[in-house]
Design a protein around this ligand. Structure first.
Ligand code: DX5
Ligand code: ZN
Length: 226
C-alpha cells in the first residue's frame, strides 16, 4: 500500500526537529520550515520518566500546529502513551510514534493510533535489536530508529545505526511491509547520504538545521540527496 505521507518520488522526507528551534520565536521558526523544502515537522515529547528530560506538552503542540503547513510527526518519549495519543491527535499530529521499550502492549498502541486514521510509528532505542520488530513490522507505517539515546538534541550520531538500517530494510522487504525508516539523532552532512544509501527514507535533523546560519539551505541540501 503506498504511504501517502511519502510522496513516492524516492526523495528523502526531511523532518526538522523543533526541539532545536528557538522556543521564544516558535512562529518564526515554523514559518522558516513552511518556506523550506522540509516535508514534516518533528515534535519531540519527553516526560522526564521514560527519558531524563522534559520538553513540551500539548498547548505547545497546538500552537505549533496553528502555524505549521507541514504534517506534525510526533515522537512520544513517554510512558503509558495510550493515555495521551488521542490528545496529541487532537493537537494536530499526523504521525505518532511510541517507543517499543515503553509499550508492553505495543500492538494495541499501534491499533489505537491507526484507529485515528493517522500514521503509526514505533521508535527503537539504540540498544534494541531489530529482531524485536518482526511481529509488528507489517502493522506500522514507520520505524523511528534512534541514532542517539533519546532525551536530548545535539548528541553524537551512533555509528552502529548503519547496520541497523540495513537489517531493518531486509526485515521490511521480507515481511512486505510499507514502513518508512526514519533516522533520529545526530543527522548531519556526513552521515545523511550513507543513511539513505543503507535504506533510510526519513531524516530528522535538529541542531544540524537550527544551528546553521541558513537553515533553509541546509534543509534544501538534505532534500536534494537521493
Ligand atoms: C532526541 C530527539 C531527536 C532530537 C534530534 O531525543 O528524539 O528528535 O531532537 O536532534 P539532533 O538532530 O540535534 O540530534
Ligand atoms: Zn525525535
Amino acid at each position: 500500500m503506498p504511504n501517502e505521507l511519502y510522496f513516492c518520488d524516492m526523495k528523502p522526507i526531511i523532518a526538522p526537529s523543533i526541539l532545536a528551534a528557538d522556543f521564544a520565536n516558535l512562529q518564526h521558526e515554523i514559518e522558516m520550515i513552511n518556506e523550506s523544502d522540509a516535508d514534516w515537522v518533528h515534535v519531540d515529547i519527553m516526560d522526564g520518566v521514560f527519558v531524563p528530560n522534559i520538553s513540551m506538552g500539548l498547548p505547545v503542540v497546538e500552537a505549533i500546529n496553528r502555524h505549521a503547513r507541514k504534517p506534525l510527526d510526533v515522537h512520544l518519549m513517554i510512558v503509558n502513551p495510550e493515555r495521551y495519543v488521542e490528545a496529541f491527535f487532537k493537537a494536530g499530529a499526523k504521525v505518532i510514534s511510541v517507543h517499543i521499550e515503553a509499550c508492553p502492549h505495543l500492538h494495541r498502541n499501534i491499533q489505537q493510533i491507526k484507529a485515528l486514521n493517522i500514521k503509526a510509528g514505533v521508535a527503537v532505542n539504540p540498544h534494541t535489536p531489530i529482531d524485536l520488530l518482526k511481529d509488528i513490522i507489517a502493522d506500522v507505517d514507520l520505524v523511528c530508529l534512534m541514532s542517539v539515546n533519546p532525551g536530548f538534541g545535539g548528541q553524537k550520531f551512533i555509528e552502529n545505526t548503519y547496520q541497523k538500517v540495513k537489517e531493518l530494510r531486509q526485515l521490511i522487504n521480507q515481511r512486505q511491509s510499507s514502513a518508512l525508516i526514519e533516522i533520529d539523532g545526530g543527522v548531519n552532512e556526513k552521515n545523511a547520504k550513507p543513511l539513505l544509501d543503507a535504506g533510510a527514507n526519513v531524516l530528522v535533523a535538529g541542531n544540524f538545521v537550527f544551528s546553521a546560519p541558513q537553515p533553509k539551505e541546509v534543509i534544501g541540501k538534505l532534500k536534494a540527496l537521493a
